[in-house]
Design a protein around this ligand. Structure first.
Ligand SMILES: [Zn+2]
Ligand SMILES: [Zn+2]
Length: 75
C-alpha cells in the first residue's frame, strides 16, 4: 500500500501526492494497491495544475491531450 497526501483545490479537483511507494509499486511501477491517505491539505485559494494549463492553453485545445499524469484520479 502506498502512502499519499490528499490535496483539495478550489476548482474542485483533488490530487494525491505520494509520500512513499510500497515495494510492490517500486518493483512493478504499477498501482495495484489501495491508496493510503496519511494527510489532508486544503488549497482554497489555488487551482490544480491541470486547470491552470487549461486556462493557459485555451487557445490551443488540441494540446490538452498531451497532459497526462500517472496519479490523476477523477471523482
Ligand atoms: Zn502501494
Ligand atoms: Zn482543477
Amino acid at each position: 500500500m502506498c502512502d499519499f497526501k490528499q490535496r483539495d483545490y478550489a476548482c474542485g479537483h483533488r490530487r494525491w501526492l505520494a509520500f512513499r511507494h510500497c515495494a510492490e509499486y517500486i518493483r512493478t511501477r504499477r498501482r495495484n494497491c489501495a491508496t493510503n491517505v496519511l494527510e489532508f491539505e486544503e488549497r482554497p485559494n489555488d487551482i490544480c495544475g491541470e486547470c491552470k494549463s487549461c486556462q493557459q492553453l485555451s487557445r490551443a485545445p488540441w494540446m490538452k491531450s498531451s497532459f497526462t499524469s500517472g496519479l490523476k484520479l477523477h471523482h
